[in-house]
Design a protein around this ligand. Structure first.
Ligand SMILES: Cc1cc2nc3c(=O)[nH]c(=O)nc-3n(C[C@H](O)[C@H](O)[C@H](O)COP(=O)(O)OP(=O)(O)OC[C@H]3O[C@@H](n4cnc5c(N)ncnc54)[C@H](O)[C@@H]3O)c2cc1C
Ligand SMILES: *[C@@H]1O[C@H](CO)[C@@H](O)[C@H](O)[C@H]1NC(C)=O
Length: 537
């Protein structure tokens, strides 16, 4: 027995030490084939099956299935969920769909562009990449447009989304004009901020499909120019970059003109590069300052940005399409842990086009062992936190995980009044003076904590639970696509479920859809698995 375990551990260790090689020789080529098959499937779907004019018909078919479910005797009903397999979604948890009654939502079409309303109506499975490819050539983009091309517009609406434009407009949910929902009795309703379903409007975001099925949505769009004039501002000193972010985002003065796009990448506690981007045309004579930074041979974005710490402040023009996908090739900085030599110039030149590995493929091939390892040896968290405590966030993240870079996207959190949705109104000291919103930020912590890198003891569950306690204390919220470690009680202390529970009762979601906490909690016993994996290999 003992030697068998020893062998297993040695193999695991060898594979960890040579991870880059394995990824390049096996994972990337398979991921490429996998992606080609997925693209082909999509192409077939769009060519032969897709048709926006069939939207109503397809929705009626979904309604019929839900009605049929609701007509069963109560004791025979299993909770409902969408039939989309877990591996196709970006969430890190694997919800037990096998225990549910699955309803297919095959809705992949862009329905209507409404320039006079500055909006677009889409089906929920339209991806960010698909929407961008449609909108940008027509001179628009989504007001809140994620960096991840595979994310779906419906998934983001039922969960949460934010981007570098969110200091102007808030979370993705603020850019939603209408949701079209099929409720548990099979009825179809159009939900807006001010109509009779406004209670639903405020509780659908962060509900993760536990109130009904989304079958269409209308989203706000904005006008664009073809390029982003991007300025890279290296800043030394934690206090200095935190202050500059608060100032630039408009957190201190609601009337201050803010840049269109704003983010910071923090490279260590005392050094960050702040990126300020505005829509712009390229003035004559400046064509040499255009950077197509997503081309396969170009350096990874965060590595490229890091150079400005030495080179000093500079600017350039980035085509909008490149800007929106700037973090794609290195999946922020996650690919480096898989392929440590991936940013080598020769590697990029010959193999750079293989990147990034498709997240769906990685999830498709995730075995329970890999799943357990990823959450005990890697952090993947996006957390919404108040910007007036940015310094504390950075200290906390270093104390618990000690990994860099760390990402900061500023974001408005609106005060919609007490008990309206799952987010509470910002606290008084978090509000922007004179405005109806507070300035928060996404703190993105992705990667391998230093103790794990140094093969030291690391208690992932303990660290994550401490981060969650900090988040709750300062009035923040973790994105729920990532692993959470809270008990139901702790969860209800962080999120305000008052309106959510009322809406669940009113629209008969109880018994029809799982409860939010059951939907998003990890499918494995994290505390137990955490203990097993705590000792270094
Ligand atoms: C590498 C990476 C980077 C990321 N970067 C960012 C970022 O920069 N900013 C950001 O905001 N987020 C980011 N995210 C998180 C992303 O917003 C979430 O993963 C989000 O859930 C979108 O994923 P999805 O489209 O696969 O949705 P899913 O995970 O499929 O859906 C989200 C939830 O909605 C439910 N749902 C989906 N469709 C329907 C429907 N039609 N009816 C009812 N319920 C439905 C699902 O069951 C699920 O609970 C990142 C994620 C990853 C993995
Ligand atoms: C972008 O616009 C803001 C607000 O008008 C301005 O302060 C900033 O200097 C501009 N930056 C660039 C790079 O154009």
């Amino acid at each position: 027995m003992g030697s068998e375990v020893g062998l297993k551990q040695r193999i695991a260790r060898w594979m960890e030490d040579h991870r880059g090689l394995i990824v390049v020789l096996i994972v990337l080529p398979l991921s490429l084939i996998f992606d080609a098959l997925m693209q082909f499937r999509h192409w077939v779907f769009r060519k032969f099956i897709s048709a926006p004019e069939k939207h109503d018909e397809r929705v009626r078919a979904i309604q019929k299935k839900v009605r049929k479910w609701s007509e069963q005797p109560q004791k025979d009903r299993k909770m409902m969920c969408t039939a989309r397999p877990n591996w196709q979604s970006l969430s890190t948890t694997f919800f037990r769909k096998d225990l549910c009654h699955k309803i297919a939502i095959p809705l992949y079409d862009i329905l209507e562009l409404k320039p006079s309303h500055m909006s677009i109506r889409v089906e929920p499975m339209v991806s960010v990449g698909q929407a961008t490819a449609f909108l940008v050539p027509r001179g628009y983009t989504l007001a809140v447009c994620l960096e991840v091309a595979e994310a779906t517009l419906g998934g983001l609406a039922m969960g949460v989304g934010m981007t570098t434009y969110s200091h102007k407009v808030g979370l993705y949910q603020e850019s939603i004009i209408a949701y079209e929902m099929v409720l548990s009795d099979g009825s179809l309703v159009r939900v807006t901020r001010d109509n009779e379903y406004s209670d639903l409007y405020h509780t659908l975001p962060w509900s993760h499909g536990t109130l009904g099925f989304l079958v269409a949505l209308e989203l706000q769009i904005i006008k664009i120019k073809p390029h982003i004039k991007m300025e890279y501002i290296p800043v030394k000193g934690k206090k200095n970059y935190c202050n500059m972010m608060r100032e630039l985002s408009g957190a201190l003065d609601k009337d201050k003109a803010t840049p269109d796009y704003l983010e910071a990448t923090i490279y260590n506690k005392e050094e960050a590069v702040i990126m300020v981007g505005n829509f712009s045309d390229v003035p004559p004579g400046e064509e040499n300052k255009i950077n197509h930074l997503t081309r396969w041979y170009k350096p990874w974005f965060y590595k490229y940005v890091e150079r400005f710490l030495k080179k000093g402040r500079d600017y350039e023009y980035i085509p909008l399409g490149d800007y929106l996908l700037r973090h794609n090739r290195a999946i922020f900085w996650v690919v480096e842990t898989m392929i440590p030599f991936g940013n080598n110039a020769l590697f990029r030149f010959f193999f750079g086009w293989l990147l990034p590995p498709k997240i769906a493929f990685l999830k498709f091939t995730t075995t329970p062992g890999v799943r357990a390892m990823t959450f005990t040896k890697q952090v993947f968290q996006d957390i919404v936190l108040p910007m007036n405590q940015l310094e504390d966030q950075i200290d906390k993240s270093e104390e618990l995980f000690d990994l860099y870079p760390v990402l900061v996207y500023p974001c408005r959190i609106y005060d919609h009044g007490p008990h309206r949705g799952q987010l509470r109104p910002p606290r008084k000291d978090q509000m922007v003076p004179g405005a109806n919103y507070g300035m928060f930020n996404d703190l993105g912590v992705y990667g391998v904590p230093r103790p794990v890198l140094e093969k030291k003891r690391f208690d992932a569950v303990d660290a994550m639970r401490k981060m969650e306690r900090f988040t709750q204390e300062v009035g923040g919220y973790p994105f729920l696509y990532a692993d959470t470690f809270m008990t139901r009680e702790e969860f209800e202390k962080m999120f305000d479920l008052t309106a959510y529970e009322q809406v669940r009762a009113k629209y008969n979601a109880n018994g029809a859809f799982p409860h939010l906490h059951d939907k998003i909690k990890p499918e494995i016993d994290v505390v137990e698995v955490g203990k097993q994996y705590m000792d270094p290999l």
